[in-house]
Write a protein that binds this ligand. Structure first.
Ligand code: ATP
Ligand code: MG
Length: 261
């Protein structure tokens, strides 16, 4: 059975892309068949995996708006044992073009349905907004959303409006939309602020916060410039170990919930 998670936070630069690709890479190392879906016109997930999106003939845009078969657009990285549905800047246009389409917010979900069976995990990386592309990502989040939260001042403020949006989607469009977990990112153990933010977020969201906490780590910031996930660049660095711990936590919980069903 496929598990689909969408990485969302309308706040920019909180670690959505870093989490999608590094979690994906560690899940792939554990023999999971992983597809990363880049629905951000910035195409950061695509670039972080070493793919030059300006050289791609086709991207997710051509499947969402055009009629390119999704299997033609998916890029396989044998080196990383991962698949990627790449983005390009053209996707920025999709925001406008989708508006005129029927079921415009369900386009991604429908595009992915025929390939579900090929993957154990589909991880969808959203842009930093709550626009139509993110809405498509949310409505495709069959097993929930993962919300990276940067350990910084006012972290909770952005979360309130995100939670309201998720609530509205639940009432109107997708009652089963659930929160898979909040992930604390860029934690700096030397600052009181980081500790305070984690405490505050745990107070509000208790068991919804993942045990794994991602530290601020130079290696995590460097890895994309080598086109590599942290699992291939510096697996034993603090950031690498943290994403490995997150992958273990998620796999374990997912296995448990499957046997409970
Ligand atoms: P956007 O909203 O623009 O899509 P994002 O939420 O996807 O951003 P990332 O691109 O993952 O955020 O991260 C923002 C920047 O911070 C990137 O340069 C990334 O390399 C860096 N970064 C992410 N996580 C960490 C970390 N734990 N330690 C150090 N740098 C990090
Ligand atoms: Mg991003």
């Amino acid at each position: 059975m496929t598990t689909i998670y969408t990485f969302v936070n309308q706040k920019g630069g909180v670690g959505k892309t870093t989490t999608a690709i590094n979690l994906g890479a560690f899940l792939a190392q554990k023999d999971q068949r992983v597809l990363i879906v880049d629905i951000d016109p910035q195409a950061n997930a695509t670039a972080c995996l070493g793919i030059n999106h300006t050289e791609l003939a086709q991207s997710i845009y051509h499947s969402l708006i055009g009629d390119a078969p999704i299997s033609d657009v998916i890029f396989q990285s044998r080196r990383l044992n991962l698949s990627l549905l790449p983005s390009t800047a053209a996707l920025a246009g999709a925001r406008v073009e989708l508006v005129g389409m029927p079921d415009r917010e369900l386009t991604l979900r429908k595009t992915l349905t025929p390939i579900h069976h090929l993957y154990d995990y589909i991880l969808i990386d959203c842009p930093p907004s709550l626009g139509l592309l993110t809405l498509n990502g949310l409505l495709a989040a069959q097993n929930g959303v993962i919300i990276p939260v940067q350990c910084e001042y006012l972290a909770l403020e952005g979360l309130t409006s995100l939670m309201q949006t998720l609530g509205r989607i639940r009432t109107g469009l997708f009652p089963d939309l659930n929160i898979r977990g909040l992930l604390m990112t860029m934690f700096d153990s030397r600052t009181n602020l980081s500790h305070d933010v984690v405490e505050e977020v745990r107070k509000h969201f208790s068991s919804q916060v993942f045990h794994a906490i991602i530290p601020r780590s130079v290696r995590l910031a460097e890895a994309p410039s080598h086109g590599l996930p942290i699992s291939s660049y510096a697996a034993k660095s603090p950031g690498g170990l943290a994403y490995q711990a997150l992958a273990d936590e998620i796999l374990e919980e997912d296995k448990r919930s499957l046997t409970d069903e």
